[in-house]
Design a protein around this ligand. Structure first.
Ligand code: NAG
Ligand code: NAG
Ligand code: NAG
Ligand code: NAG
Length: 574
């Protein structure tokens, strides 16, 4: 009796787990935030494909695709689903994986650690057995999933996680990714800054480990240059914004820029803290073209000005924030290609994939759907990467589905993932295999610059590829057309172009400019006025008792100083 009851409880529990959908019922990735039925919820969160007759009787290979339908990145999955579905259909139609059918099951990580852990365990622990994981797009969620996947012997391929922490293959094994690590955002800004000939920079960093690790990497690149005599960097200051909404930190960072007169500023900030900080620079008139801001980006929406202006920690109007952002240059993952070149695995032209994706994402919600070309391509290429390594393992290796989801299969699939090299819609897809970059995508980074309208402010400035930075449009520092560097056929006239002044401002009387310290007070016994380059000593017979003196005073009657640089006078001998 007890056993029977236990069995029926277990049956109910397992049925409940099988039945629980891992993707939401309602999706609001629409331009008016209206809720619509999500595309695949009613299909058990499985992506539907039109069956290829050649695959009749095929064995199922199952891939879980997990990323946020909600949380910090918004409804990313709803926006990118058409790219996932297109890849599934293209694999179905192809000659890859003969005798097998690749099924995709969607899940919601909510962009959080508990959400990611739950979605991963739910999908991997329930029927049908999953053989690979395409997940996630939020770095903390990726880390949590990697721990959870250890129990299920599947390779994790991340479409969007960029934290450098995930390059640690001892801590996060059986992990590979489609989007280039954040370190390449940083590297791109570093190369661009050097290309411009800028040397004196200020750095403002946020509190996320992804940003602080990135800035550590940046300063190590600069330190090595100085040590090796390759380039004379001066890092004027590093200021930190230590928490979300910390307006005091944003104010002090802007004050540091004023104090040190840092014309070139590199920010390791996401849009929430970044817009708060830019608003503070507007309040102090630290504007382009005199002051330049570059972001190792990762998360700045094209409409960030509308999203952030007027927030309690960002008290700028749309016009003010738009002005503050003018000329901001941001490095981030490259978007889907839209050329006539052909995808190395699916054989379709990039323009065709791009056009079909755009049509599909816009048609969601009765024509109010939202696209995300910046992320969708990494899902399309990620599905294809998994299909190609499964093909190598199963078809080329003459193996069966029963060989998958084992420690040996996971190991073999990871090794295969390090060997891929194909033309993807996100650029050439291949992985670094050096120990410190194992599983890191050697991909294309896009440099965007702000200057477009507030609802879509970023223009595509340049791509960074393995062969260097290729410019797509002119560098525009300010609304004034004189402050424009002309670029054509991939190169820029940087030498003759306008550059923000990379030098000190004038200091008030009593202070002189010192490179690393900004305007600095003269010591006792010295003075400075009228923007003198150095403090000068008080001459014999005069003194300066205070620091920061604009002039020296003559000794009063009955007192004298017999040396230069006196801070006081002595009584005359009687
Ligand atoms: C760096 O500055 C020093 C001193 O001004 C100069 O001698 C040296 O040539 C510079 N190095 C480079 C690589 O510009
Ligand atoms: C979508 O794909 C079909 C078939 O590949 C093609 O005929 C059509 O032109 C594509 N649509 C767009 C907008 O590119
Ligand atoms: C979809 O749009 C059409 C035409 O714009 C409209 O007539 C229809 O009512 C809409 N459907 C829903 C469910 O909103
Ligand atoms: C593939 O495996 C099957 C069964 O394990 C075997 O009969 C067949 O000869 C193998 N084919 C090749 C090409 O190795």
């Amino acid at each position: 009796m007890a056993v029977k009851r236990l069995c029926s409880i277990l049956l109910v529990v397992s049925l409940a787990v099988v039945a629980r959908a891992t993707c939401p019922a309602h999706c609001t990735a629409t331009s008016n935030n209206a809720a619509w039925p999500c595309r695949y919820h009613s299909n058990g969160c499985q992506v539907t494909v039109a069956a290829n007759p050649a695959r009749v009787g095929a064995a199922d290979v199952n891939v879980a695709v997990i990323s946020p339908y909600s949380g910090g990145l918004g409804e990313l999955m709803t926006m990118v689903e058409p790219a996932i579905a297109a890849a599934a259909q293209d694999v179905e139609n192809s000659n890859f994986l003969p005798g097998f059918r690749m099924n995709l099951f969607l899940g919601d990580s909510k962009c959080s650690v508990p959400g990611a852990t739950q979605a991963t365990i739910e999908t991997l622990a329930t029927s049908p057995t999953k053989h690979a994981l395409l997940a996630d797009s939020c770095s903390a969620a990726c880390e949590a999933m990697n721990d959870a996947t250890q129990f299920f012997n599947v390779l994790q391929v991340s479409p969007g996680c960029i934290s450098e922490s995930l390059s640690d293959s001892a801590r996060y094994p059986y992990f590979t990714r489609m989007a280039p690590s954040y370190r390449f955002n940083v590297q791109t800004l570093y190369e661009f800054t050097k290309l411009m000939g800028f040397q004196r920079v200020g750095i403002v960093v946020g509190y996320r480990s992804i940003n602080t690790l990135g800035v550590d990497f940046l300063t190590s690149l600069m330190r090595d240059d100085v040590a090796e005599g390759r380039y004379n960097w001066t890092v004027l200051f590093t200021a930190q914004i230590t928490s979300t909404g910390n307006i005091e930190d944003a104010q002090s960072a802007a004050e540091e820029i004023e104090r040190k007169d840092s014309r070139i500023n590199i920010m390791g900030l996401y849009q929430t803290e970044g817009a708060m900080f830019l608003c503070q620079t507007h309040g102090r008139n630290l504007l382009s073209p005199s002051y330049t801001f570059m972001i190792a980006s990762g998360w700045w929406n094209p409409s960030f000005i509308l999203e952030r202006s007027g927030a309690s920690d960002c008290p700028c109007t749309v016009t003010e924030l738009h002005r503050a952002a003018y000329g901001v240059i941001a490095a981030d993952r490259g978007p889907m290609l839209n050329t006539q070149d052909v995808h190395g695995l699916s054989g379709r032209s990039f323009a065709d994939i791009y056009g079909n994706y755009t049509e599909e994402c816009l048609s969601f919600g009765n024509g109010t759907g939202v696209c995300n070309h910046q992320w969708a391509g990494y899902f399309y290429d990620g599905v294809w990467l998994i299909a190609s390594i499964l093909h190598a393992f199963l078809t080329d290796g003459n193996r069966s589905v029963a060989d998958l989801a084992t420690p040996a299969a996971r190991q073999a699939l990871e090794a295969l993932s390090l060997q891929v090299d194909f033309a993807g819609t996100t650029g050439r897809v291949r992985q670094f295999s050096s120990p410190d970059l194992e599983g890191d995508r050697d991909g294309v980074i896009l440099l965007r610059q702000a200057g477009g309208p507030p609802e879509s402010t970023f223009n595509q400035l340049a791509y960074r590829t393995e062969t260097g930075i290729l410019f797509q449009t002119d560098v525009v520092w300010s609304p004034d057309s004189a402050h424009r560097i002309s670029c054509s056929s991939g190169t820029c006239d940087l030498v003759n172009g306008f550059r923000p002044a990379d030098r000190s401002s004038s200091c008030p009387d009593g202070r002189v400019w010192i490179n690393e310290q900004g305007c600095s007070e003269c010591p006792q016994g010295e003075f400075a006025s009228n923007q003198m380059a150095q403090c000068e000593p008080c001459s014999i017979g005069s003194f300066a008792s205070a620091t920061g003196s604009a002039s020296c005073q003559l000794c009063s009657a009955g007192r004298y100083s017999s040396v230069a640089r006196a801070s006081s006078c002595a009584n005359c001998p009687t």
